[in-house]
Design a protein around this ligand. Structure first.
Ligand code: SF4
Ligand code: SF4
Ligand code: SF4
Ligand code: FES
Length: 488
Protein backbone atom coordinates (compact mmCIF):
# COMPACT_ATOMS: atom_id res chain seq x y z
CA UNK A 1 0.00 0.00 0.00
CA UNK A 2 1.04 3.59 -0.62
CA UNK A 3 0.40 6.43 1.82
CA UNK A 4 0.18 10.06 0.70
CA UNK A 5 -1.58 13.31 1.54
CA UNK A 6 -3.95 15.19 -0.71
CA UNK A 7 -4.98 18.68 0.34
CA UNK A 8 -3.70 17.78 3.80
CA UNK A 9 -5.87 14.64 4.07
CA UNK A 10 -4.21 11.22 4.44
CA UNK A 11 -4.97 8.61 1.77
CA UNK A 12 -3.96 4.95 1.45
CA UNK A 13 -4.07 3.34 -2.00
CA UNK A 14 -2.86 0.16 -3.69
CA UNK A 15 0.53 0.10 -5.41
CA UNK A 16 0.19 1.38 -8.97
CA UNK A 17 -2.78 3.64 -8.18
CA UNK A 18 -2.71 7.15 -9.62
CA UNK A 19 -3.02 10.44 -7.78
CA UNK A 20 -6.47 10.78 -9.38
CA UNK A 21 -7.52 7.40 -7.92
CA UNK A 22 -6.37 8.55 -4.48
CA UNK A 23 -8.18 11.89 -4.77
CA UNK A 24 -11.40 10.16 -5.78
CA UNK A 25 -11.15 7.88 -2.75
CA UNK A 26 -11.22 11.06 -0.66
CA UNK A 27 -14.12 12.45 -2.73
CA UNK A 28 -11.87 15.26 -3.97
CA UNK A 29 -13.06 16.41 -7.37
CA UNK A 30 -10.36 16.88 -10.01
CA UNK A 31 -11.52 17.95 -13.49
CA UNK A 32 -10.75 15.55 -16.35
CA UNK A 33 -11.53 15.60 -20.05
CA UNK A 34 -9.56 12.69 -21.52
CA UNK A 35 -9.73 10.21 -18.65
CA UNK A 36 -11.76 7.00 -18.91
CA UNK A 37 -12.03 4.64 -15.96
CA UNK A 38 -10.22 1.32 -16.38
CA UNK A 39 -8.40 2.50 -19.51
CA UNK A 40 -4.77 3.44 -20.04
CA UNK A 41 -4.40 7.21 -19.53
CA UNK A 42 -4.34 9.28 -22.70
CA UNK A 43 -2.80 12.31 -20.93
CA UNK A 44 -3.78 14.65 -23.73
CA UNK A 45 -5.96 17.34 -22.14
CA UNK A 46 -3.74 18.23 -19.11
CA UNK A 47 -6.74 19.62 -17.24
CA UNK A 48 -6.22 17.22 -14.35
CA UNK A 49 -2.92 18.79 -13.24
CA UNK A 50 -2.19 19.01 -9.52
CA UNK A 51 0.85 20.26 -7.63
CA UNK A 52 3.38 17.93 -6.04
CA UNK A 53 4.42 20.21 -3.18
CA UNK A 54 7.66 18.31 -2.50
CA UNK A 55 9.04 18.94 -6.00
CA UNK A 56 7.01 22.05 -6.80
CA UNK A 57 6.00 20.46 -10.11
CA UNK A 58 2.60 20.29 -11.74
CA UNK A 59 1.74 16.72 -12.74
CA UNK A 60 -1.22 15.17 -14.61
CA UNK A 61 -3.06 13.34 -11.84
CA UNK A 62 -4.65 10.80 -14.20
CA UNK A 63 -1.27 9.29 -15.06
CA UNK A 64 1.03 10.30 -12.15
CA UNK A 65 1.51 7.35 -9.81
CA UNK A 66 0.85 7.87 -6.14
CA UNK A 67 4.06 7.36 -4.15
CA UNK A 68 4.79 7.08 -0.45
CA UNK A 69 5.04 10.41 1.36
CA UNK A 70 3.73 12.43 -1.58
CA UNK A 71 1.92 15.69 -0.69
CA UNK A 72 -0.48 16.95 -3.33
CA UNK A 73 -2.31 20.24 -3.66
CA UNK A 74 -5.31 20.04 -6.00
CA UNK A 75 -6.68 23.59 -5.98
CA UNK A 76 -3.88 26.10 -5.26
CA UNK A 77 -3.69 29.25 -7.40
CA UNK A 78 -0.95 27.81 -9.61
CA UNK A 79 -3.08 24.75 -10.40
CA UNK A 80 -6.12 26.89 -11.11
CA UNK A 81 -4.13 29.16 -13.44
CA UNK A 82 -2.71 26.15 -15.32
CA UNK A 83 -6.19 24.69 -15.78
CA UNK A 84 -7.51 28.05 -16.96
CA UNK A 85 -4.68 28.29 -19.54
CA UNK A 86 -5.45 24.76 -20.74
CA UNK A 87 -9.11 25.62 -21.18
CA UNK A 88 -8.28 28.91 -22.92
CA UNK A 89 -6.09 27.03 -25.40
CA UNK A 90 -8.77 24.42 -26.07
CA UNK A 91 -11.36 27.14 -26.53
CA UNK A 92 -9.13 29.20 -28.84
CA UNK A 93 -9.61 26.57 -31.53
CA UNK A 94 -13.13 25.58 -30.52
CA UNK A 95 -15.65 26.17 -33.30
CA UNK A 96 -19.03 26.02 -31.62
CA UNK A 97 -21.88 28.12 -30.28
CA UNK A 98 -23.23 27.06 -26.89
CA UNK A 99 -26.27 29.26 -27.54
CA UNK A 100 -27.83 30.07 -30.91
CA UNK A 101 -27.34 33.69 -32.02
CA UNK A 102 -31.12 34.26 -32.06
CA UNK A 103 -31.45 33.17 -28.41
CA UNK A 104 -28.53 35.40 -27.43
CA UNK A 105 -30.17 38.41 -29.05
CA UNK A 106 -33.64 37.82 -27.58
CA UNK A 107 -33.62 39.97 -24.41
CA UNK A 108 -35.89 37.42 -22.69
CA UNK A 109 -33.64 34.56 -23.83
CA UNK A 110 -36.29 32.41 -25.52
CA UNK A 111 -34.82 29.01 -26.42
CA UNK A 112 -35.69 29.49 -30.08
CA UNK A 113 -34.08 26.45 -31.76
CA UNK A 114 -35.60 24.03 -29.23
CA UNK A 115 -39.01 25.60 -29.80
CA UNK A 116 -38.58 25.40 -33.58
CA UNK A 117 -37.56 21.73 -33.43
CA UNK A 118 -40.78 20.97 -31.55
CA UNK A 119 -42.81 22.81 -34.18
CA UNK A 120 -40.96 20.98 -36.95
CA UNK A 121 -41.93 17.65 -35.36
CA UNK A 122 -45.54 18.78 -35.08
CA UNK A 123 -45.35 19.08 -31.26
CA UNK A 124 -47.11 22.43 -31.17
CA UNK A 125 -48.09 22.06 -27.54
CA UNK A 126 -44.49 21.54 -26.38
CA UNK A 127 -43.44 24.47 -28.53
CA UNK A 128 -46.08 26.56 -26.79
CA UNK A 129 -44.83 25.48 -23.38
CA UNK A 130 -41.28 26.52 -24.21
CA UNK A 131 -42.52 29.91 -25.36
CA UNK A 132 -44.62 30.25 -22.22
CA UNK A 133 -41.79 29.10 -19.94
CA UNK A 134 -39.37 31.67 -21.31
CA UNK A 135 -41.60 34.61 -22.27
CA UNK A 136 -44.59 34.56 -19.86
CA UNK A 137 -46.74 36.37 -22.47
CA UNK A 138 -45.57 34.84 -25.79
CA UNK A 139 -48.72 35.62 -27.77
CA UNK A 140 -48.69 39.25 -26.64
CA UNK A 141 -45.02 39.57 -27.56
CA UNK A 142 -45.90 37.86 -30.83
CA UNK A 143 -47.82 41.05 -31.67
CA UNK A 144 -45.75 43.83 -30.12
CA UNK A 145 -42.10 42.70 -30.16
CA UNK A 146 -39.85 44.23 -32.87
CA UNK A 147 -38.19 40.77 -33.12
CA UNK A 148 -34.49 41.64 -32.78
CA UNK A 149 -33.83 37.86 -32.87
CA UNK A 150 -34.84 37.73 -36.53
CA UNK A 151 -32.20 40.32 -37.40
CA UNK A 152 -29.55 37.99 -35.99
CA UNK A 153 -30.92 34.82 -37.60
CA UNK A 154 -28.21 33.06 -39.64
CA UNK A 155 -30.69 31.73 -42.15
CA UNK A 156 -31.04 35.33 -43.34
CA UNK A 157 -27.54 35.00 -44.81
CA UNK A 158 -28.82 32.35 -47.21
CA UNK A 159 -32.37 33.44 -48.04
CA UNK A 160 -34.74 34.75 -45.36
CA UNK A 161 -34.60 34.83 -41.56
CA UNK A 162 -36.89 32.44 -39.69
CA UNK A 163 -40.26 33.95 -38.71
CA UNK A 164 -39.52 33.54 -35.02
CA UNK A 165 -42.06 36.00 -33.67
CA UNK A 166 -44.87 34.41 -35.65
CA UNK A 167 -43.73 30.97 -34.47
CA UNK A 168 -44.01 31.77 -30.76
CA UNK A 169 -47.28 33.57 -31.30
CA UNK A 170 -48.79 30.53 -33.04
CA UNK A 171 -47.01 27.97 -30.87
CA UNK A 172 -48.37 29.52 -27.70
CA UNK A 173 -52.02 29.41 -28.77
CA UNK A 174 -52.45 25.90 -27.36
CA UNK A 175 -51.47 27.13 -23.91
CA UNK A 176 -54.65 29.18 -23.73
CA UNK A 177 -57.05 26.27 -23.69
CA UNK A 178 -57.19 26.58 -19.94
CA UNK A 179 -54.45 25.70 -17.48
CA UNK A 180 -54.24 21.93 -17.32
CA UNK A 181 -52.60 20.63 -14.17
CA UNK A 182 -51.56 17.45 -15.98
CA UNK A 183 -49.30 19.59 -18.13
CA UNK A 184 -46.99 21.69 -16.11
CA UNK A 185 -43.38 22.71 -16.08
CA UNK A 186 -40.83 21.10 -13.90
CA UNK A 187 -40.38 23.70 -11.20
CA UNK A 188 -44.02 24.77 -11.25
CA UNK A 189 -45.58 22.99 -8.30
CA UNK A 190 -49.15 24.22 -7.95
CA UNK A 191 -50.19 21.32 -5.73
CA UNK A 192 -47.37 21.62 -3.23
CA UNK A 193 -46.89 23.97 -0.32
CA UNK A 194 -45.38 27.14 -1.77
CA UNK A 195 -41.91 28.20 -0.65
CA UNK A 196 -43.23 31.51 0.62
CA UNK A 197 -45.58 34.37 -0.14
CA UNK A 198 -44.39 37.01 -2.55
CA UNK A 199 -46.00 40.15 -3.93
CA UNK A 200 -45.47 41.88 -7.25
CA UNK A 201 -46.53 45.51 -7.45
CA UNK A 202 -47.46 46.43 -11.01
CA UNK A 203 -49.01 44.25 -13.70
CA UNK A 204 -47.33 45.44 -16.90
CA UNK A 205 -45.04 43.14 -18.89
CA UNK A 206 -42.32 43.23 -16.19
CA UNK A 207 -44.79 42.52 -13.39
CA UNK A 208 -46.50 39.64 -15.23
CA UNK A 209 -43.21 38.06 -16.22
CA UNK A 210 -41.82 38.45 -12.70
CA UNK A 211 -44.93 36.86 -11.18
CA UNK A 212 -44.74 33.94 -13.62
CA UNK A 213 -41.06 33.32 -12.88
CA UNK A 214 -41.69 33.45 -9.12
CA UNK A 215 -44.46 30.89 -9.57
CA UNK A 216 -42.09 28.65 -11.53
CA UNK A 217 -39.58 29.02 -8.71
CA UNK A 218 -42.17 27.67 -6.29
CA UNK A 219 -43.52 30.81 -4.59
CA UNK A 220 -47.12 31.84 -4.00
CA UNK A 221 -47.56 35.11 -5.89
CA UNK A 222 -50.02 37.99 -5.59
CA UNK A 223 -49.96 40.77 -8.17
CA UNK A 224 -51.20 44.19 -7.03
CA UNK A 225 -52.22 47.02 -9.29
CA UNK A 226 -54.23 50.15 -8.58
CA UNK A 227 -55.64 49.93 -12.11
CA UNK A 228 -58.86 47.91 -12.49
CA UNK A 229 -57.34 45.65 -15.17
CA UNK A 230 -53.93 44.01 -15.41
CA UNK A 231 -51.58 44.71 -18.33
CA UNK A 232 -50.16 48.19 -17.63
CA UNK A 233 -49.18 50.07 -20.79
CA UNK A 234 -49.76 46.96 -22.91
CA UNK A 235 -53.45 47.72 -22.55
CA UNK A 236 -54.28 49.99 -25.43
CA UNK A 237 -51.23 49.02 -27.54
CA UNK A 238 -52.28 49.67 -31.13
CA UNK A 239 -50.86 46.41 -32.53
CA UNK A 240 -52.25 44.16 -29.80
CA UNK A 241 -55.77 42.68 -29.84
CA UNK A 242 -56.93 43.02 -26.22
CA UNK A 243 -58.43 39.52 -26.19
CA UNK A 244 -54.91 38.14 -26.67
CA UNK A 245 -53.63 40.00 -23.61
CA UNK A 246 -56.74 39.10 -21.60
CA UNK A 247 -56.44 35.41 -22.38
CA UNK A 248 -52.76 35.39 -21.36
CA UNK A 249 -53.58 37.11 -18.06
CA UNK A 250 -56.45 34.64 -17.50
CA UNK A 251 -54.07 31.79 -18.12
CA UNK A 252 -51.57 33.13 -15.58
CA UNK A 253 -54.41 33.44 -13.05
CA UNK A 254 -55.45 29.82 -13.72
CA UNK A 255 -51.85 28.76 -13.28
CA UNK A 256 -52.00 30.09 -9.72
CA UNK A 257 -51.14 33.81 -9.69
CA UNK A 258 -53.55 35.85 -7.56
CA UNK A 259 -54.48 39.28 -8.97
CA UNK A 260 -55.63 42.07 -6.65
CA UNK A 261 -56.62 44.91 -8.91
CA UNK A 262 -58.17 48.31 -8.30
CA UNK A 263 -56.83 48.46 -4.73
CA UNK A 264 -54.66 51.15 -3.25
CA UNK A 265 -51.25 49.77 -2.34
CA UNK A 266 -50.04 50.02 1.22
CA UNK A 267 -46.39 49.36 1.94
CA UNK A 268 -47.32 48.33 5.47
CA UNK A 269 -49.60 45.53 4.24
CA UNK A 270 -46.77 44.39 1.94
CA UNK A 271 -44.37 44.28 4.88
CA UNK A 272 -46.89 42.42 7.05
CA UNK A 273 -48.19 39.89 4.57
CA UNK A 274 -45.34 38.92 2.24
CA UNK A 275 -41.87 37.43 2.55
CA UNK A 276 -40.59 39.29 -0.50
CA UNK A 277 -41.80 42.04 -2.81
CA UNK A 278 -40.94 43.06 -6.35
CA UNK A 279 -41.79 46.60 -7.37
CA UNK A 280 -42.52 46.68 -11.08
CA UNK A 281 -43.79 50.24 -11.26
CA UNK A 282 -41.66 53.32 -11.78
CA UNK A 283 -43.22 55.23 -8.88
CA UNK A 284 -41.78 52.68 -6.43
CA UNK A 285 -38.21 52.90 -7.74
CA UNK A 286 -35.87 53.51 -4.83
CA UNK A 287 -38.45 52.47 -2.21
CA UNK A 288 -36.58 51.24 0.86
CA UNK A 289 -37.97 47.91 1.90
CA UNK A 290 -36.56 44.71 3.34
CA UNK A 291 -36.38 41.80 0.84
CA UNK A 292 -37.60 43.85 -2.08
CA UNK A 293 -36.22 44.21 -5.59
CA UNK A 294 -37.12 46.54 -8.41
CA UNK A 295 -38.07 45.36 -11.93
CA UNK A 296 -37.89 48.13 -14.48
CA UNK A 297 -40.77 48.37 -16.92
CA UNK A 298 -39.45 49.22 -20.39
CA UNK A 299 -41.01 50.65 -23.48
CA UNK A 300 -39.91 47.50 -25.31
CA UNK A 301 -42.16 44.85 -23.78
CA UNK A 302 -39.62 42.08 -24.37
CA UNK A 303 -37.03 43.99 -22.31
CA UNK A 304 -39.62 44.47 -19.56
CA UNK A 305 -40.23 40.70 -19.61
CA UNK A 306 -36.47 40.13 -19.27
CA UNK A 307 -36.30 42.60 -16.36
CA UNK A 308 -39.20 40.85 -14.63
CA UNK A 309 -37.50 37.46 -14.90
CA UNK A 310 -34.22 38.84 -13.59
CA UNK A 311 -36.00 40.49 -10.64
CA UNK A 312 -37.72 37.21 -9.71
CA UNK A 313 -34.38 35.38 -9.75
CA UNK A 314 -32.78 38.15 -7.67
CA UNK A 315 -35.60 38.00 -5.10
CA UNK A 316 -35.32 34.21 -4.94
CA UNK A 317 -31.58 34.47 -4.20
CA UNK A 318 -32.15 37.15 -1.60
CA UNK A 319 -34.88 35.12 0.15
CA UNK A 320 -32.56 32.12 0.22
CA UNK A 321 -29.85 34.28 1.79
CA UNK A 322 -27.56 33.92 -1.24
CA UNK A 323 -25.35 36.61 -2.73
CA UNK A 324 -26.45 38.15 -6.05
CA UNK A 325 -24.53 36.62 -8.94
CA UNK A 326 -24.21 36.83 -12.68
CA UNK A 327 -26.65 34.19 -13.94
CA UNK A 328 -25.33 34.06 -17.51
CA UNK A 329 -23.55 30.87 -18.50
CA UNK A 330 -20.26 30.49 -20.39
CA UNK A 331 -21.04 30.84 -24.07
CA UNK A 332 -18.58 29.79 -26.78
CA UNK A 333 -19.15 31.92 -29.88
CA UNK A 334 -18.28 31.29 -33.52
CA UNK A 335 -19.20 34.73 -34.82
CA UNK A 336 -20.30 35.30 -38.40
CA UNK A 337 -20.42 32.21 -40.59
CA UNK A 338 -18.94 32.11 -44.09
CA UNK A 339 -21.61 31.87 -46.80
CA UNK A 340 -20.30 28.42 -47.79
CA UNK A 341 -20.75 27.24 -44.17
CA UNK A 342 -24.36 28.41 -44.04
CA UNK A 343 -25.06 26.60 -47.31
CA UNK A 344 -23.45 23.46 -45.89
CA UNK A 345 -25.52 23.61 -42.68
CA UNK A 346 -28.71 24.19 -44.66
CA UNK A 347 -28.21 20.77 -46.29
CA UNK A 348 -28.83 19.26 -42.87
CA UNK A 349 -32.16 20.93 -42.39
CA UNK A 350 -33.74 20.52 -45.80
CA UNK A 351 -35.26 17.10 -45.08
CA UNK A 352 -38.70 18.35 -43.99
CA UNK A 353 -38.85 21.75 -45.61
CA UNK A 354 -41.49 20.67 -48.07
CA UNK A 355 -43.45 18.51 -45.63
CA UNK A 356 -46.14 19.09 -43.02
CA UNK A 357 -48.14 22.20 -42.23
CA UNK A 358 -46.84 25.68 -43.13
CA UNK A 359 -45.61 26.25 -39.55
CA UNK A 360 -43.65 22.98 -39.68
CA UNK A 361 -42.18 23.76 -43.09
CA UNK A 362 -41.10 27.17 -41.78
CA UNK A 363 -39.52 25.67 -38.64
CA UNK A 364 -37.72 23.08 -40.77
CA UNK A 365 -35.67 25.90 -42.30
CA UNK A 366 -33.87 26.44 -38.97
CA UNK A 367 -30.13 25.71 -39.08
CA UNK A 368 -30.10 24.66 -35.40
CA UNK A 369 -27.17 26.86 -34.53
CA UNK A 370 -27.27 25.91 -30.84
CA UNK A 371 -25.19 23.14 -29.33
CA UNK A 372 -26.85 19.79 -28.76
CA UNK A 373 -25.18 19.25 -25.38
CA UNK A 374 -25.47 22.63 -23.65
CA UNK A 375 -26.13 21.13 -20.22
CA UNK A 376 -23.81 18.12 -20.15
CA UNK A 377 -20.76 19.56 -21.97
CA UNK A 378 -17.82 19.26 -19.58
CA UNK A 379 -15.78 21.82 -21.48
CA UNK A 380 -18.49 24.41 -20.87
CA UNK A 381 -18.86 23.47 -17.20
CA UNK A 382 -15.11 23.73 -16.58
CA UNK A 383 -14.84 26.95 -18.59
CA UNK A 384 -17.36 28.42 -16.18
CA UNK A 385 -15.78 26.94 -13.09
CA UNK A 386 -12.28 28.24 -13.93
CA UNK A 387 -13.33 31.55 -15.50
CA UNK A 388 -11.90 30.66 -18.93
CA UNK A 389 -11.89 33.26 -21.69
CA UNK A 390 -12.12 32.14 -25.30
CA UNK A 391 -10.42 35.33 -26.51
CA UNK A 392 -7.27 34.88 -24.41
CA UNK A 393 -5.31 33.12 -27.19
CA UNK A 394 -6.92 34.24 -30.46
CA UNK A 395 -6.39 31.82 -33.37
CA UNK A 396 -5.00 33.23 -36.67
CA UNK A 397 -7.87 31.74 -38.60
CA UNK A 398 -11.03 30.16 -37.30
CA UNK A 399 -11.64 26.51 -38.18
CA UNK A 400 -14.41 25.44 -40.50
CA UNK A 401 -18.01 24.97 -39.29
CA UNK A 402 -19.08 21.51 -40.30
CA UNK A 403 -21.74 19.02 -39.26
CA UNK A 404 -21.23 15.41 -40.32
CA UNK A 405 -24.08 12.91 -40.23
CA UNK A 406 -26.65 14.23 -42.66
CA UNK A 407 -29.93 12.44 -41.86
CA UNK A 408 -28.30 10.23 -39.18
CA UNK A 409 -29.21 9.84 -35.50
CA UNK A 410 -25.71 10.80 -34.28
CA UNK A 411 -24.03 13.92 -35.59
CA UNK A 412 -20.37 14.90 -35.41
CA UNK A 413 -19.09 18.47 -35.32
CA UNK A 414 -15.30 18.38 -35.83
CA UNK A 415 -14.93 21.99 -34.67
CA UNK A 416 -16.05 20.98 -31.17
CA UNK A 417 -13.76 17.95 -30.92
CA UNK A 418 -10.90 18.31 -28.40
CA UNK A 419 -9.24 15.11 -29.66
CA UNK A 420 -9.45 13.43 -26.29
CA UNK A 421 -9.64 10.00 -27.96
CA UNK A 422 -12.40 8.66 -25.70
CA UNK A 423 -14.70 7.76 -28.61
CA UNK A 424 -11.86 5.85 -30.28
CA UNK A 425 -11.23 3.89 -27.08
CA UNK A 426 -14.91 3.08 -26.57
CA UNK A 427 -15.43 1.72 -30.08
CA UNK A 428 -12.20 -0.30 -29.88
CA UNK A 429 -13.10 -1.73 -26.47
CA UNK A 430 -16.56 -2.74 -27.71
CA UNK A 431 -15.07 -4.49 -30.75
CA UNK A 432 -16.94 -2.34 -33.28
CA UNK A 433 -16.29 -3.59 -36.79
CA UNK A 434 -15.37 -0.12 -38.04
CA UNK A 435 -15.57 2.19 -35.05
CA UNK A 436 -13.94 5.60 -35.20
CA UNK A 437 -10.27 6.43 -35.40
CA UNK A 438 -7.88 9.36 -35.76
CA UNK A 439 -6.95 10.22 -39.34
CA UNK A 440 -4.55 12.85 -40.71
CA UNK A 441 -1.44 14.28 -39.08
CA UNK A 442 -0.49 17.06 -36.70
CA UNK A 443 -2.89 19.99 -36.65
CA UNK A 444 -5.07 18.25 -39.25
CA UNK A 445 -5.67 15.15 -37.12
CA UNK A 446 -9.37 14.44 -36.77
CA UNK A 447 -11.80 11.74 -35.73
CA UNK A 448 -13.44 9.79 -38.57
CA UNK A 449 -15.02 6.48 -39.42
CA UNK A 450 -12.50 4.45 -41.49
CA UNK A 451 -12.99 4.14 -45.26
CA UNK A 452 -15.19 7.28 -45.24
CA UNK A 453 -18.10 5.18 -44.00
CA UNK A 454 -21.10 6.77 -42.26
CA UNK A 455 -21.31 7.38 -38.51
CA UNK A 456 -24.13 4.82 -38.31
CA UNK A 457 -21.80 2.20 -39.80
CA UNK A 458 -19.00 3.09 -37.37
CA UNK A 459 -21.18 3.26 -34.27
CA UNK A 460 -23.46 0.26 -34.70
CA UNK A 461 -23.28 -0.78 -31.04
CA UNK A 462 -21.69 2.17 -29.32
CA UNK A 463 -23.67 5.25 -30.42
CA UNK A 464 -25.12 5.84 -26.97
CA UNK A 465 -21.82 5.23 -25.18
CA UNK A 466 -19.74 7.55 -27.35
CA UNK A 467 -22.30 10.34 -27.07
CA UNK A 468 -22.22 9.90 -23.30
CA UNK A 469 -18.43 9.91 -22.91
CA UNK A 470 -17.67 12.62 -25.45
CA UNK A 471 -16.89 15.53 -23.10
CA UNK A 472 -18.13 18.18 -25.53
CA UNK A 473 -20.94 18.60 -28.03
CA UNK A 474 -18.76 17.10 -30.80
CA UNK A 475 -20.63 13.79 -30.80
CA UNK A 476 -24.31 14.12 -29.98
CA UNK A 477 -27.73 12.81 -30.84
CA UNK A 478 -29.28 15.00 -33.49
CA UNK A 479 -32.64 15.15 -31.75
CA UNK A 480 -31.52 15.29 -28.11
CA UNK A 481 -33.17 18.15 -26.24
CA UNK A 482 -31.20 18.92 -23.11
CA UNK A 483 -33.02 22.23 -22.78
CA UNK A 484 -36.48 20.74 -22.92
CA UNK A 485 -37.48 20.69 -19.28
CA UNK A 486 -41.09 19.72 -19.71
CA UNK A 487 -43.37 17.33 -17.91
CA UNK A 488 -46.40 15.97 -19.69
S1 SF4 B 1 -31.28 29.46 -38.12
FE1 SF4 B 1 -32.52 28.84 -36.33
S2 SF4 B 1 -31.07 28.61 -34.63
FE2 SF4 B 1 -30.00 29.72 -36.29
S3 SF4 B 1 -30.24 31.87 -35.75
FE3 SF4 B 1 -31.97 31.34 -37.14
S4 SF4 B 1 -33.67 30.70 -35.81
FE4 SF4 B 1 -31.79 30.72 -34.57
S1 SF4 C 1 -15.41 13.34 -30.76
FE1 SF4 C 1 -14.15 11.81 -29.70
S2 SF4 C 1 -12.11 12.70 -29.63
FE2 SF4 C 1 -13.54 14.36 -30.10
S3 SF4 C 1 -14.07 15.27 -28.13
FE3 SF4 C 1 -15.62 13.73 -28.55
S4 SF4 C 1 -14.87 11.84 -27.60
FE4 SF4 C 1 -13.15 13.27 -27.72
S1 SF4 D 1 -19.25 21.68 -27.18
FE1 SF4 D 1 -19.53 22.63 -25.16
S2 SF4 D 1 -18.30 24.50 -25.23
FE2 SF4 D 1 -18.60 23.78 -27.33
S3 SF4 D 1 -20.41 24.84 -28.08
FE3 SF4 D 1 -21.13 22.90 -27.20
S4 SF4 D 1 -21.67 23.39 -25.05
FE4 SF4 D 1 -20.39 25.05 -25.83
S1 FES E 1 -4.56 14.61 -18.96
FE1 FES E 1 -5.52 13.78 -17.22
S2 FES E 1 -7.61 13.83 -17.70
FE2 FES E 1 -6.69 14.60 -19.48
Amino acid sequence: MVELKIDGMPAKVKDGATVLDAARLLAIDIPTLCHLKECEPETSCMLCVVKNTATGQLVPSCSAQATDGMAIDTECEEVQAARRDTLNLLLSEHVGDCEAPCTRICPAHLDIPTMLRQIERGNMEQAGWIAKRDLAIPATLGHVCPAPCEKGCRRGQLDEALKIRQSHREGSVLCFNGFDKKHHFIGLTPNLTPRGKTAVVGSGAAGLSCAWKLLQLGYAVTVFDEAPQAGGVLRGHQDLPMEVLDSEIDWLAQAGIEFRLGESISLQSMADGFGGVVFAEAEFAGTRFADAVYAEEHKLAVKAVANGKAAAIALDRSLKGEQPKNESRFDSKIGKLRDSEVTELAKNCSRDEQAGKPAQAEAARCLHCDCRKPASCKLRQYAEQYGADQREFPADERGHVQLIGHGEAVVFEPGKCIKCGLCVKITKRAGEELGVTFVGRGYNTRVAVPFSESLAAGLKRTAEDVVKVCPTGALAFRDAEENLKLET
